[in-house]
Design a protein around this ligand. Structure first.
Ligand SMILES: Cc1cc2nc3c(=O)[nH]c(=O)nc-3n(C[C@H](O)[C@H](O)[C@H](O)COP(=O)(O)O)c2cc1C
Length: 191
């Protein structure tokens, strides 16, 4: 990995193969490719949180998930909204990562949240819940700019299915730059 690149762990809150949120993440990855080394985590391998399982030692997928967050300069979450809230798979993974609570890998970790939906609300309520969850876990979540993409299905290339709406891409660029600056604040204070 290039020494100057930031290490970013990327979490998609959807398990769906054709996920719109995964496409937004892909667009971000392409825009940030010169500055970021992105490590994707697969939430589908993380079991439901159960302290009986945890007390016997974290399952391998959880070990790898936590390690990916621990090593990252920042964590990017791109998530759908389910029933006006956070998708269960995402909340479950964050619950695992929040343990042990006094020394979890989430503490003081810079985060940024984004989301997309075919609906009009742009995942605002889901993102608010993710923010609240991360606050409880003592993570440092960037306040803004916010990425609330509504009508995502109308912003994709008809042939490739990739996000190609110019105004959305420019907004993503501003978001990515702001996240880099947010991460650097904490990198500098940790020196
Ligand atoms: C259980 C369920 C609940 C949903 N609730 C909402 C919702 O509250 N708000 C919203 O904007 N979209 C909602 N949707 C629609 C999702 O935004 C849509 O399925 C989206 O494509 C999911 O993201 P993905 O494409 O990244 O998988 C819901 C979808 C499901 C399956």
């Amino acid at each position: 990995m290039s020494e100057n690149k930031l290490t970013i762990t990327a979490i998609c809150g959807s398990l769906r193969e054709g996920s719109f949120n995964r496409r937004v993440l892909k667009a971000m990855e392409e825009l940030a490719s010169k500055h970021w080394e992105i490590h994707h985590v697969d939430l589908s391998t993380i079991p439901l949180y159960n302290s009986d399982i945890e007390s016997q030692g974290d399952p391998q997928s959880v070990v790898e998930f936590k390690e990916s967050i621990r090593k990252a300069d920042g964590v990017l979450i791109v998530t759908p909204e389910y029933n006006m809230g956070i998708p269960g798979v995402l909340k479950n993974a964050l619950d695992w990562a929040s343990r042990p609570s006094k020394s979890s890998v989430l503490i003081q970790k810079p985060f940024a949240i984004a989301g997309a939906t075919p609906g009009s609300g742009g995942t605002a309520q889901s993102q608010a819940q993710v923010r609240q969850t991360l606050l409880a876990m003592n993570a440092y979540t960037m306040a803004g700019p916010k990425i609330l993409i509504g009508s995502i299905h109308e912003k994709l290339n008809e042939t490739t299915g990739e996000l190609d709406d110019e105004s959305t891409l420019r907004h993503l660029e501003r978001f990515l730059t702001a996240f880099e600056e947010w991460i650097l604040v904490f990198k500098q204070t940790q020196k």
